[in-house]
Design a protein around this ligand. Structure first.
Ligand SMILES: O=c1ccn([C@H]2C[C@H](O)[C@@H](COP(=O)(O)OP(=O)(O)OP(=O)(O)O)O2)c(=O)[nH]1
Ligand SMILES: [Mg+2]
Length: 153
């Protein structure tokens, strides 16, 4: 699908970030990489979890969109650097700085350098649902079966 891209307002909260504004690395990239706004390298010992600034505030505004902060595959797989909250969900009305919870789930220390790309930001469509309270549901094929109820093969 091509077409117009939503245009989101972005505040750059630290002038050093002007050299490192997020962008899509390829025409088909799903996410823009976010960088660590750090004054000095940050050493993450195994098990450490630190909240890291990005220096950016992105106001999505449209309630039909949300932001997601996801780990970068290379950092996660090779170095065990993932997110302390596993996934960051950014509300469309959030106007504060994007923060990344960086968790070293690996077995060796990792040093995050200033302005290193540490996670990625993905804009996704969302719908806000309304709940109708009922006592019973019409039968469905699955019913209440979950957690492996369809078998393991
Ligand atoms: O990785 C993240 C996750 C969230 N946020 C910001 C944007 C989001 O809109 C807000 C609230 O996130 P969430 O609703 O997941 O956290 P909460 O613990 O429920 O906080 P709140 O009570 O503020 O909703 O925090 C980030 O900057 N980074
Ligand atoms: Mg919340």
């Amino acid at each position: 699908m091509s077409g117009s891209r939503p245009r989101l307002q972005c505040k750059v909260l630290d002038e050093r970030l002007h050299d490192y504004l997020p962008s899509y690395a390829t025409s088909g990239s799903a996410g823009m990489d976010l960088r660590a706004l750090l004054d000095e390298p940050l050493v993450l010992a195994p098990g450490d979890c630190q909240l890291v600034r990005t220096g950016l505030a992105i106001y999505i505004e449209d309630p039909g969109l949300a932001g997601m902060i996801l780990p970068r595959s290379g950092l996660g797989h090779k170095h065990g650097i993932v997110l302390g909250n596993l996934v960051g969900l950014i509300d469309s009305d959030y106007q504060g700085e994007l923060m990344v919870s960086v968790w070293n789930r690996g077995q060796s220390s990792f040093t995050l350098s200033p302005f290193e790309r540490l996670a990625q930001y993905v804009v996704v469509p969302v719908v806000q649902a309304e709940l109708t309270i009922v006592d019973t549901f019409e039968d469905s094929t699955r019913g209440s079966g979950g957690f492996g109820s369809t078998g393991s093969q």
